[in-house]
Design a protein around this ligand. Sequence first.
Ligand code: PLP
Length: 365
Amino acid sequence: MDQFERLAQLPLRDDLRGQHPYGAPQLDVPILLNVNENTFGVPQDARDAILAAVAGELNHLNRYPDREFTTLRQELASYLGHGLDEGNIWAGNGSNEVLQQLLQAFGGPGRTVMGFPPTYSMYPLLASGTGTTYLAGVRAGDYGLSAESAAAQVREQAPSLVILCSPNNPTGTALGLDVVEAVYEAGEASQTMVIVDEAYAEFSHTGTDSALSVLEGRPRLVVSRTMSKAFAMAGARLGYLAAAPEVTDALRLVRLPYHLSAITQATAVAALRNSDSLLANVEAIKVQRDRIVDGLIELGLTPAPSDSNFVFFGGLEDPSAVWEALLARGVLIRDVGIPGHLRVTAGTEAETTAFLDGMRAILAG
Ligand SMILES: Cc1ncc(COP(=O)(O)O)c(C=O)c1O
């Protein structure tokens, strides 16, 4: 009996029937460049600090954690700057949970959320899980999104929420703040919540402005971030957002009690207090990211401009065959299902060399 036959025996919600669970392959391969992790790992001084903080928590692990995670919110506010304080901050077990809570509070049955594919593939799944209708917006042929086009689409569809992913996954390119501002204005009549998913913001080219700089005076604007990428903490599960304090009050209505464990809070606080050390490899990753772009151009392929720690590239006749051939060489990258394209995470210098050498060999023959 396969998974669908087994599920058919249960009184599952009609809208979940036939759906596949989200998840990239988790394969045991030497070089993992498929889910945009920071492959440098956690430096020793940060490890020591996290271990000491977690050990301290064991003294009161019999008690529920601080449900307001106040210290963590203070540390996150101070990391983000922009005049934010703990009243502006909310966090969850990964930014996926934060996005889910936003949909629980502002979406739901009879409401809509708009995204602009190709974009992060969890958005439609979070929509379906919360009973929110997903509206697929349209990008230009080169996957760009102009302020005029995005605003016109928001005005026409009047969604309850819109999610702008910047830098966008899977294309890697950041949006100008003119897009964020135009979408916010276009959503005035429909009181649309505008979420800017900045999971990869730390990898942006110098001079790329964060939507944090336009938060003030925009109570329907939310900027979502994560410690999974630049901070090398994907395993710790800590995502967060910055917004007006009333947005965080709305999320208190839908969060589960004590949703952030004492271990998670202690880990994230210790990591934030060692952020210089944890973020020390971001520049090295950006160098490898740019090296991948240059290397792929040399191979005659067409990488998209990247402000993230990954590169989306086209020009492949048979992406699945290239994906398979790289895997056979011990390099796992991501087939995002877009014809002619693949996506690769920028890793260490050695990992990037293995990827580029593999591509060169595969395309040669
Ligand atoms: C654009 C984007 N947003 C959010 C996430 C979720 O990250 P996490 O739940 O680990 O914070 C990801 C993960 O790959 C992502 O690519």
